[in-house]
Design a protein around this ligand. Structure first.
Ligand code: HPA
Length: 235
């Protein structure tokens, strides 16, 4: 048992998927896993362990934003000795070449969050994906006929901006940043510091240049495809 997860030792697999939405964790457990058992309901942040193609995997909701995400990732690593964390989330497209429904593999994640920058005063750290997981995801995506876009993303503390900020994302576009979400840089920081492997896979649910967004059904369909790719990384 840890502060935010009530699972007993051994109830969580070495490989854990991390959706932000706990109900998505439930949906994944109910539709893609067999023999799934719920191990966490503290704060309604549902977590399940089950089997996917005979491999033991867990799926744990994390909530939104680096601070919430990092609470669950830290406890999974430190208290439950999890070895691999794969975030599955949605993101907002920043560049014209990024389209709605694209699947993005975050090779790296820049951030405006003090949850990362506080550790590097006057310097920058480059939160980076596990190369092994990125390579495997890339190879599996090819086999599964699922095109990926890979590159740098932005993990921001803010979803909403005041008008006086202007276009808060133009700076990041100037440097080729593909998309914005709110968690991956925290995950990659923890993976580096605590010695585990991590990867973030994201589907583009809305676009910050065009204002378009996918429907709720499409969001689910795209998400399920990406989740199958993430599950293919389990050993
Ligand atoms: N901003 C931040 N995070 C997001 C977005 C967004 O537009 N879409 C999905 N996650």
């Amino acid at each position: 048992m840890s502060i935010h997860i009530e699972a007993k030792q051994g109830e969580i697999a070495d490989f854990v998927l991390l959706p932000g939405d706990p109900l998505r964790a439930k949906h994944i457990a109910e539709t893609l896993l067999t023999d799934a058992v719920c191990y966490n309901n503290v704060r309604g942040m549902l977590g399940y362990t089950g089997l996917y193609n005979g491999k033991r995997v867990s799926v744990q909701g994390t909530g939104m934003g680096l601070p919430s995400h990092m609470i669950y990732a830290t406890e999974l690593i430190n208290d439950y000795k999890v070895k691999t964390l794969v975030r599955i989330g949605t993101c907002g497209g920043l560049l014209q070449e990024v389209k709605l429904r694209d699947i993005i593999l975050a090779i790296s994640s820049s951030t405006d969050s003090a949850a990362v920058t506080r550790y590097f005063p006057g310097m920058t750290f480059a939160p980076t994906a596990s190369f092994r997981l990125a390579q495997l995801a890339s190879a599996n995506a090819l086999k599964m006929n699922m095109p990926l876009k890979a590159g740098n993303i932005l993990s921001s503390d803010l979803f909403y901006h005041f008008p006086e900020e202007g276009d808060a994302y133009q700076l990041w576009r100037n440097y080729g940043t593909l998309a914005v979400e709110m968690e991956s840089a925290g995950l990659y920081l923890l993976a580096s510091r605590l010695g585990i492997e991590a990867l973030s896979l994201l589907t583009v649910s809305d676009h910050l240049l065009t204002g378009e967004h996918v429907t709720a059904e499409e969001r689910q369909f795209n998400f399920t495809n990406m989740t199958k790719l993430a599950l293919s990384l389990a050993e």
